[in-house]
Design a protein around this ligand. Structure first.
Ligand code: BYC
Length: 479
């Protein structure tokens, strides 16, 4: 099946640029999924947000310039739709066994199971994050932050639509069944949990949410980038457009943490002390607690890249389904059978770096790209500390700290990268990961602030607002 690209049509029940009106069967199938999606949104989407008017951006075109339109939208009336980046008619597969062949507009029969699995895994994370964040609106630190939360939530909802479209359009009956399942598994559900572990964790407060959007959404960036190299063109184009939305989510995380650090620094200056106890008494979050949150969210997100040595990943690569980060722009070997890649592994209780066949290490290579990118924001947070004359510096823990997936799963590693025994881990993990007491403290700061121009005491206002509006603009209007 070939679907022509056209402009986004908002007069349709499901806005799209994939010519849905010309494919009645597909349109009917998606229209029958739509009420289930709406039911899910009402039950597990943002709590108590019905009837709010929110200043949201909506895609009006997929052109790289000016695709976004800003305006007030009543929350459940957001127009979720199906948008693919413009096709590149000459695009060739850039890696694996099919390197140099034209990209596929249909699913190759022999790769169907693997492709479906990738799409389902990607799709599963999107509604999961909405579920994880559903109560946060009740404790927002400002209207600006509330608006950003809702913007992210509606976009994650749209990303679910993007994957459901692929399942319906290209995978027949089992695709439709998978689409149903995406609304049946739920974050943290004992019987039907979400597929990847990070998406079953709780996002209990706004600090956890800002960390999540910085660290976990960044996994989204790298996974989507790898999928946007796919030989299956509809998947590649879907992911390309999703990536343009993802950037704002990570911006929310990066600047959000920066604002928390800023506020903590201001309080330290006011009290003339960096004593965590005094910082807490003044209603800000001490730097040690921030570091523990970094440790937790980073390590959980690092797990999302899978095993260091992975036959699944090698298969996806060889088949041309999922590439490396910016595969088509990389020089050199695009089959990876000859090259090597250095991989961290645990050998006899010690962490070693060993060269492995690059093909088996593509998960690790993507993780390396992710780690480098994650470091950048940490550097910016440290600049805030430096500019306030604080001595403390944030660090990313060792890649094997607190891991559940990969060769270091089940092995206790300190943030500095020392392997320790279980007893020491039990005794010392309270130094490295948020404790129940830390969580309770952060939770105690979470009071709802919804007056324009007002902001909670634990976070500084943003440097600027959305779409050139002032930060104290009335971004959400309650009815
Ligand atoms: N949790 O060979 P391996 C986003 C399983 S985030 C649980 O390494 P593979 C977003 C694995 O399934 C981006 N299980 O596997 C962010 C496999 O199971 P089987 C999401 C895990 O397949 C914020 C086994 O362990 N997108 O978009 O190479 C807000 C062996 O592992 C985990 C994607 O992930 C885990 N963490 O790697 C909203 C892209 N890790 O075969 C949205 C699609 C591994 O033994 N997914 N396992 O039953 C993939 O590319 C791959 O599934 C993974 C795993 C990279 C995740």
């Amino acid at each position: 099946m070939t679907i022509e690209h056209s402009n986004i049509d908002y007069s349709e029940k499901i806005p799209n640029n994939v010519g849905l009106a010309g494919n009645r069967r597909l349109q009917r199938a998606l229209e029958s999924w739509q009420p289930n999606y709406m039911k899910w949104w009402q039950e597990l989407g943002p709590d108590g947000s019905t009837r709010f008017d929110v200043y949201l951006r909506t895609a009006i075109s997929v052109e790289s310039d000016g695709w976004a339109n800003f305006g007030f939208v009543k929350m459940p009336e957001y127009r979720w739709g199906i948008f693919l980046a413009k096709p590149d008619l000459d695009r060739k597969i850039s890696f694996g066994d099919h390197q140099g062949e034209p990209v596929w507009q249909d699913v190759p029969g022999e790769y169907r199971a693997q492709l479906r699995r990738l799409i389902v895994t990607q799709g599963d994370t999107e509604p999961a994050s909405v579920e994880q964040q559903r109560h946060l609106g009740l404790t927002c630190p400002s209207l600006y932050d509330l608006r950003n939360l809702f913007q992210i939530n509606v976009e994650e909802g749209r990303h679910l639509w993007a994957m459901v479209y692929l399942l319906h359009a290209y995978f027949g009956r089992d695709g439709r069944e998978e689409a149903e399942m995406l609304l049946e598994r739920h974050s943290g559900d004992a019987d039907k949990p979400r597929i990847l572990e990070a998406f079953n964790e709780q996002t209990p407060n706004w600090l956890a949410y800002l960390m999540f959007t910085y660290f976990t959404d960044r996994d989204g960036k790298y996974q989507l980038a790898a999928l946007s190299e796919s030989g299956f063109d509809p998947l590649a184009r879907t992911c390309q457009f999703m990536l343009t939305e993802e950037a704002h989510h990570m911006f929310v995380g990066e600047t959000g943490i920066m604002r928390v650090v800023q506020r903590t620094c201001e309080v330290m200056k006011e009290t003339g002390s960096d004593d965590p106890k005094l910082v807490r008494e003044r209603g800000a979050i001490d730097l040690q607690t921030l570091q523990k949150y970094i440790n937790f969210h980073y390590s959980v997100s690092v797990d999302l890249f899978g095993q260091e040595i992975s036959t699944n990943a090698a298969t996806y690569f060889t088949f041309g389904l999922k590439g490396r980060y910016q595969e088509s722009r990389l020089d050199g070997d695009h089959r990876l059978t000859e090259s090597l890649w250095p991989v961290h592994l645990v050998r006899d209780g010690r962490i070693v770096l060993e060269d492995r066949v690059a093909l088996s290490a593509v998960n690790e290579r993507l993780r390396d790209d992710y780690i480098k990118d994650s470091q950048r924001g940490v550097g910016r947070w440290n600049q805030v500390l430096e500019s306030h004359g604080a001595d403390f510096r944030f660090t990313l823990p060792h890649r094997f700290f607190n891991r559940r997936i990969g060769t270091s799963a089940g092995i206790n590693v300190t943030p500095q990268g020392d392997v320790i025994n279980e007893e020491e881990w039990q005794a010392r993990q309270i130094e490295w990961l948020p404790t129940a007491e830390d969580q309770a403290f952060v939770g105690s700061l979470m009071n709802r602030v919804t007056e324009p121009g007002k902001i909670a005491a634990w976070i500084a206002p943003p440097a600027r607002g959305i779409n050139r509006k002032p930060w104290d603009y009335e971004y959400v209007r309650f009815n």
